[in-house]
Design a protein around this ligand. Structure first.
Ligand code: PEP
Ligand code: MG
Length: 880
């Protein structure tokens, strides 16, 4: 017979803390605590396998479970010296959920089970405390009615309020035994009306009702949402266990009480316990906010012996679990019991401080400390964030994709020029657009945050905002933006230019009004975690940066070089867009070359600045990538203005725009294809890079430019371009008379490039995976439109995650691994990195480590996250 149940308490404990997949976190820790001598009321845990079987067998419990429950009830009776369902010496139990992954408050709990009117009378007599007995009974009916039979909580609360007001009473504490008895009578009437049967007196019937309800609560909507939001993998953590535990009572009188405490402060990480409790109360009174709980410190005054015992237990638990604990306790007539312990949830600053402190206290190693900090959470330390206490006071009007974290507060503007203008006047603005185009870059830079109705996590707005460390909410489909009327609608609400809104880039929430923010603190603890990360990681960490400002921020965050400089972003700056447009509308090579000559010195200067900031580190510069029409004006007025500026007729300009129009620009005339058609563009860029580098070398610094050619899918593309670009570089080196090493390599972002990577490696000095395009083209998901439906895919569990955010290891990852292996069959030490957005995602970084990449490159604000993730990857791989 399969074993489904495990006992804990009274020297008969069968489980332990390493059995959490079978016993759930709560069950495993109850067993562990019993073993190490912590006072835990005895009980038993029905394993998570029962929940799994129940769900896969259309709601039937496995054979043999009923008789096993009988056996364990008997054991529990022996352990407590009480009898389940007995009138004179009743055993009362709690029935609680608890899965392997902590899901606080998401599933159900029932306390005081085993009560009936006759049992209540006998408890009234034996305790001499009828008030306690009736209070416990009404709580039980309420929880049972709500959890097992889905009777709304409010209906019970309403009855309490009616009885209270009929007696002229305000607080629960004023209620007498008779008052609670009256409530019980009303509760039972409600139960009969709602469910058409009488509230069960039979303890076994109650127990099975509760066990099944707890099992079913695994699939309630709250729990499902929680698992989705917290990325709990249901194939690993399947189902809840059910803990049946003998009751101890915190509501037995003034010497009894109940509380919840953290062994360290979960908000700051300070090594001081932090908790709340209530005397003469049961667990839900503390959390439900009906009575204001007291701070743990006052327990010292109220009962010093219990307080000291509790502190000693905290210390034992911390040493045993080697982490900060979140503990539930109950005091029954002056005797302390621990009902639960688990690793406590904590804020990012607390997690960093606690990890470092535990190392200094000798409880954990540096490597363990690194594994204790969630990389994604570091984001909270790097950007100003919304004050969580204040946030709930404001109206949330919409929710989009959390495209770039941080907080953005400001007045709404609907175009980039106004953003720049208002910023000059000293105002803080939020740029709201239907979608952003590269032309909006100055406006985005001026804004405190960016909100777009369209576009996914890798849309232009999102990529650029992340690069700038600017808060951005994209793909916010519930807003409709009318840029011309300077208005946006959210349902019935109209938001006008100048209205104040707040964005939470970490959650995608949009609030009306100005929500207060708190500034980041890059404390010494954070620095220590970063230092340890660098000690253990194997992957290099570079940054994607197009401007000196981004490069500086990234270097300050610890980036060791640039993995991607998108040169097109430099083309949009106001001082050069005119020449760029002139180049695009040129009819002849000569005209184009003369326009390019104007751009050349500016580009060269850009590169010089980047080389200077990244001194001694490698800098990878990618040649022009987007289709040319992206640089042309779109509105009638702008076309008119440009035509007169560059001295061509409007008609001719319109013809050119028409000619450049593409049905599918993402797969059109872009990347290396532009270089094939207009080699002079790439030649100008390469000359600017080479001259900038030569000048830096002449000034005495070292630099190795790495020139990256985008969108290669065929060996001949790379060969043809290299044949034209290498002579330009060589000529420049000769002209300057310096020694300069350089590399020419390619992005791997088209599936065909991955499939033919062995051939491409013959001409490439390096590979860099462009996983934005590689994902787009592997899945056939347009990266600019997928935001519209990927949310549904994730919600409906068709995909586990948005593949533009975290790499699709199964498919896109397979192509990457193939390209790495093929590339290195041609060149054993081929240098390989990643520069798509996923390069800053912890799960992706771990995969990159495993397939042997040399580095990851990500937006500046993700550099610390990447450093920690890379260290975790190295440490986890050591363990295997
Ligand atoms: C990519 O495709 O992953 C990439 C880095 O290039 P871009 O996002 O500029 O297309
Ligand atoms: Mg790309």
């Amino acid at each position: 017979m399969q074993k489904y149940i495990y006992f804990f308490g009274n020297n008969n404990t069968e489980g332990s803390s390493d059995m959490k997949f079978i016993l759930g976190g709560k069950g495993a820790n109850l067993a562990e605590m019993s073993k190490i001598g912590i006072p835990v009321p005895p009980g038993f845990t029905i394993s998570t396998e029962v929940c799994r079987d129940y769900n896969s067998n259309n709601g039937t419990i496995p054979e043999g479970l009923e008789s096993e429950v009988e056996d364990y009830l008997k054991k529990l009776e022996d352990a407590t010296g009480k009898k389940f369902g007995d009138e004179s010496n009743p055993l009362l139990v709690s029935v609680r959920s608890g899965a392997a992954a902590s899901m606080p408050g998401m599933m159900d709990t029932i306390l005081n089970l085993g009560l009936s009117e006759t049992v209540v009378s006998s408890i009234s007599q034996s305790t001499g405390n009828p008030r306690f007995a009736w209070d416990s009974y009404r709580r039980f009916i309420q929880m049972y009615g709500n959890v097992v039979e889905n009777i709304e909580h409010e209906k019970f609360e309403h009855i309490i309020e009616e009885v209270k007001s009929s007696k002229g009473k305000k607080e629960d504490i004023e209620m007498t035994a008779e008052d609670w008895q009256e409530v019980v009578a009303e509760y039972k009437k409600l139960f009969q009306i709602e469910k058409d049967y009488e509230f069960p007196d039979d303890a076994k019937k109650q127990l099975w009702g509760a066990i099944l309800a707890v099992i079913k609560s695994w699939n309630n909507a709250r729990a499902e949402t929680y698992r989705r939001l917290n990325h709990i993998d249901e194939s690993k953590v399947f189902g809840t266990a059910v803990n049946v535990q003998s009751m101890v009572f915190g509501n037995l009188g003034p010497e009894s009480g109940t509380g919840v405490a953290f062994t360290r402060n979960p908000s700051t990480g300070e090594n001081v316990s932090y908790g709340e409790y209530l005397m003469n109360a049961q667990g839900e009174d503390v959390v439900a906010g009906i009575r204001t709980p007291k701070h743990l410190d006052s327990l010292k005054m109220e009962n010093e012996a219990v307080y000291n015992q509790l502190m000693e237990i905290f210390s034992i638990l911390e040493k045993h679990y080697r982490d900060m604990q979140d503990v539930e306790f109950t005091i029954e007539n002056g005797k302390l019991f621990i009902l639960q312990t688990r690793n406590g949830k904590r804020t990012a600053p607390a997690s960093v401080k606690i990890a470092v402190d535990l190392v200094s206290e000798g409880l954990i190693s540096e490597k363990e400390a690194l594994l204790r900090v969630e990389p994604d959470k570091l984001d909270q330390l790097l950007h100003p964030t919304l004050d969580q206490n204040e946030k709930s006071k404001f109206k949330m009007i919409a929710k989009g994709l959390p495209a770039s974290p941080g907080a953005g507060v400001g007045q709404v503007v609907f175009d980039a020029e106004s953003a720049v203008e208002w910023k000059k006047q000293g105002k803080k603005v939020i740029l709201v657009r239907l979608e952003t185009s590269p032309e909006d870059i100055a406006g985005m830079n001026a804004a405190a945050g960016v909100l777009t109705a369209r576009g996914g996590m890798t849309s232009h707005a999102a990529v650029v905002a992340r690069g700038m460390g600017k808060c951005c909410v994209s793909g916010c489909e519930s807003i409709s933006v009318s840029e011309a009327d300077k208005k946006m609608h959210v349902g019935d609400l109209v938001v006008l230019e100048g209205d104040l809104i707040t964005l939470d880039g970490s959650t995608g929430e949009v609030f009306l009004g100005e929500v207060p923010t708190t500034d980041p603190e890059l404390s010494g603890y954070f620095g220590t975690i970063m230092e340890w990360s660098d000690k253990y990681k194997k992957l290099g960490v570079r940054t994607n940066a197009d401007t000196p400002k981004d490069a500086q921020v990234a270097r300050d965050f610890g980036a060791k070089g640039i993995g991607l400089c998108r040169t097109e972003h430099m083309f949009f700056e106001t001082d050069r867009i005119f020449a760029v447009r002139q180049m695009i509308v040129s009819d002849t090579v000569e005209q184009r070359k003369s326009a390019l000559e104007k751009i050349f010195p500016i580009q060269k200067n850009d590169f010089k600045e980047l080389f200077q900031i990244m001194k001694d580190f490698p800098v990878k510069i990618r040649l022009l990538d987007p289709p040319l029409h992206e640089f042309l004006p779109k509105t009638k007025e702008d076309i008119k203005e440009l035509a007169s500026e560059i001295g061509v007729s409007e008609e001719k300009l319109n013809e050119k725009i028409e000619y450049l129009h593409e049905f599918n620009p993402m797969m059109g005339h872009r990347g290396c294809r532009l270089g094939v058609t207009y080699p002079e563009i790439f030649e100008m860029q390469v000359r600017a890079i080479a001259e900038a580098a030569c000048e830096i070398i002449k000034e005495g610094s070292s630099v190795t430019p790495e020139i990256m050619i985008p969108l290669i899918g065929e060996f001949n593309e790379l060969k043809w371009l290299k044949d034209r670009l290498v002579p330009v570089i060589e000529e420049t080196i000769q002209k300057f008379g310096v020694e300069m090493k350089y590399e020419i390599g390619t992005m791997i972002e088209i599936p065909r490039a991955a499939l033919t990577a062995d051939k491409i490696a013959e001409e490439a000095d390096f590979f860099s995976f462009g996983t934005n395009d590689l994902t787009q083209m592997t899945y056939g998901f347009s990266r600019d439109d997928a935001g519209k439906f990927l949310g549904d895919y994730v919600e409906k569990k068709i995909l586990p995650e948005d593949p533009f955010k975290t790499l699709d290891i199964v498919g896109v990852g397979k192509l990457m691994k193939m390209a790495v292996d093929l590339g290195r069959t041609t060149k054993k030490h081929l240098h390989i990195g990643i520069c798509g957005e996923q390069g800053g995602d912890p799960a992706t970084i771990k995969f990159c480590h495993e397939i042997g990449l040399d580095y990851v490159s990500c937006s500046p604000y993700r550099v610390p996250i990447a450093r920690l993730s890379a260290a975790q990857a190295a440490i986890e791989n050591e363990k295997i």
